[in-house]
Design a protein around this ligand. Structure first.
Ligand code: HEC
Length: 150
């Protein structure tokens, strides 16, 4: 009898723990949570501290972003393939929006200090992404364009 009860108890405990893990993942958006998910997806270093994306994609802003991308980024990035830099398909799922904008506007500092950027630099043969003084409105448009690449 005691064995049964303790078995039941550990089963319940198991369920309780699993539940805890689930809610940790769904809370990954909250900035204050210092769980593994937020540590992996940081905001980066640069002018954009907190940024909340609207739910729907702004098609005309995305179109502007696509034009900026063609002018300033295609020397190193093409969509759908690794070139000098990574394939940016689904990049919005790999990083927070703040991080992406900071990487575009402040790549040199990001590459020397931010853990996610440093890991990429190592993966891409220590070839640094150049700083092109991209203004914030263009970085925002680029981000919107990236939301359409899934
Ligand atoms: C000189 C080549 C070069 C140019 C130009 C360039 N990038 Fe990059 N980019 C890279 C490299 C290389 C990396 C990987 C990190 C590193 O080694 O610097 C990277 C990484 C990135 C990342 C992170 C990708 C990921 O998979 O996590 C984003 C976002 C990005 N670039 C956006 C842009 C945008 C937007 C532009 C145009 C404004 C741009 N890059 C221009 C070379 C470039």
């Amino acid at each position: 009898m005691t064995v049964r009860i303790s078995l039941l108890f550990s089963f319940l405990l198991f369920i309780a723990c699993n539940d805890g893990k689930k809610s940790e993942l769904t809370e990954s958006d909250s900035n204050s949570e210092q769980n593994a998910t937020t540590l992996k997806k940081g905001s980066g270093i640069g002018p954009v501290k907190v940024f909340r994306l609207p739910e729907t994609v702004d098609a005309s802003l995305a179109e502007t972003g696509k034009q900026v991308f063609t002018q300033k980024c295609t020397a190193c990035h093409i969509i759908g393939k690794k070139l000098i830099g990574p394939d940016l398909t689904a990049v919005v799922e790999r990083h927070r929006p703040e991080w992406i904008m900071n990487m575009i506007m402040n790549p040199i500092e990001m590459l020397s200090k931010d853990p996610e950027a440093k890991a990429l630099l190592a993966e891409y043969n220590n070839l640094p992404m150049t700083n092109q003084n991209v203004p914030e409105d263009e970085a925002r448009a680029l981000l919107e364009y990236f939301r359409t690449l899934k």
